[in-house]
Ligand binder design. Structure first.
Ligand SMILES: *Cc1c(COP(=O)(O)O)cnc(C)c1O
Length: 379
């Protein structure tokens, strides 16, 4: 069955007890045990809850995994996955990793004796060179933020397997509709479900999915030990969002492609970063490992003043952090996601003062394009 059909018709479509066509929200924190000796499937909601389980099984199915885990945020999912590591282990991590992941690796895990090295993950030779005997995890994010850099997933997996390390991949930008890392040999897929999966800028949530039973067991234990589980209302919101993921992403990706082409031709735009453009570094690799180019792109204007003018005159997109929603979201990495990074370091990574990121929403394409056109005319 196509993933599009699975999104609406899965085992959670109809509640077997009542026939309800929406997953019931089970607020119970604890569950009565009918038998003194044999406890039922659920005992306490930190370790298992039917509403959360519906989401966990749905994402596992979409990603082609055996088990999914829902967390209170994308960062809770990522942080809990890192708890698979022990003191003395080393993580090789992409240098354009999400800011929150950068923080947990550099500020928190370092205090627990977990080492790390940042590497340009698009350069397989560099990845190979930096693997150490104690490297336990290679951490990828592709397409990455905000320059949409593409990592060769199969290439990194091959290196990891040769050295006995696990691979983690943050699949937030692509979603399982466009990219299924577990099929390519990745061990742990991570999501900020806050973004495309939930899709309506109204919930913070995170997910992890694995294909290996032993890893699933370890992660389940970490989930209820650490306890950063997703609440049932929020689990329901993500389930609700998932039902329309396909149509949302299809519309937004199509618009993103048109917008990217428009910006690419525009004289006031110095550069466009979008994996769908044939000049984009990684375009070919992305096409081989994913089914589409997604709804996020970045573009470069001359300087901060040009960005300021553009943002003042762009009326349709909201100006905010985050992405993957029904409304288009315009972000300014230099002052938002990468504000904490020293300027020289930020510039070295190509995140200039003129760079803007747009996550394309569900507005009519002509309206969005006209809005961009008039805003650019003031620049
Ligand atoms: C937003 C985001 C996260 C963090 O997720 P939260 O739900 O905000 O905790 C992680 N990775 C990527 C790529 C993101 O965009």
């Amino acid at each position: 069955m196509d993933i599009q059909t699975k999104l609406v018709h899965n085992q959670w479509q109809i509640d077997t007890q009542t026939g309800a066509v929406s997953v019931p929200i089970h607020h119970a924190s604890t569950f009565h045990q009918f038998d003194f000796d044999t406890f039922g499937k659920y005992d306490y909601s930190r370790s298992g809850n039917p509403t959360r389980e519906a989401l966990e099984e749905t994402i596992a199915e979409l990603e082609g995994g055996v088990s999914g885990f829902a967390f209170a945020s994308g960062m809770a999912a990522i942080s809990t996955a890192f708890l698979l590591l022990s003191k003395g282990d080393h993580v090789l991590i992409t240098d354009d990793v999400y800011g929150g992941t950068y923080r947990i690796i550099t500020d928190v895990l370092s205090r627990f004796g977990i080492e790390h090295t940042f590497v340009d993950m698009t350069d397989l030779d560099a990845v190979a060179r930096h693997i150490r005997p104690n490297t336990k995890v290679i951490y990828m994010e592709t397409p990455s933020n905000p320059l949409l850099k593409i990592t060769d997933i199969r290439g990194v997996v091959k290196l990891a397997k040769a050295h006995g390390c696990l691979t983690f991949l943050d699949n937030t930008f692509a979603t399982p509709l466009l990219q299924r890392p577990l099929d390519l040999g990745v061990d742990v897929v991570l999501h900020s479900a806050t973004k495309f999966l939930a899709g309506h800028s109204d919930v913070i949530a995170g997910l992890a999915v694995v294909k290996d039973e032993r890893l699933a067991k370890q992660l389940r234990k970490l989930q209820y030990s650490f306890g950063a589980v997703l609440g049932v209302q929020d689990a329901w919101l993500v389930l609700r969002g998932l039902k329309t993921l396909h149509v949302r992403l299809e519309h937004s990706s199509r618009s993103a492609m048109q917008l990217a082409q428009f910006l690419h031709r525009h004289p006031k735009v110095a550069h466009v970063y979008y994996p769908g453009l044939s000049h984009h570094e990684g375009h070919v690799i992305h096409r081989e490992q994913a089914r589409g180019f997604g709804a996020v792109l970045s573009f470069e204007l001359e300087d901060e003043q040009a960005v300021r003018t553009f943002v003042q005159h762009a009326h349709i997109p909201i100006f905010a952090v985050s992405l993957g929603a029904v409304e288009s979201i315009l972000s300014y990495p230099a002052k938002m996601s990468h504000a904490a990074m020293p300027k020289a370091e930020r510039l070295r990574r190509g995140i200039t003062d003129g760079l803007l990121r747009i996550s394309v929403g569900l507005e009519a394409m002509d309206d969005l394009m006209a809005d961009f056109e008039q805003a650019l005319s003031y620049v």
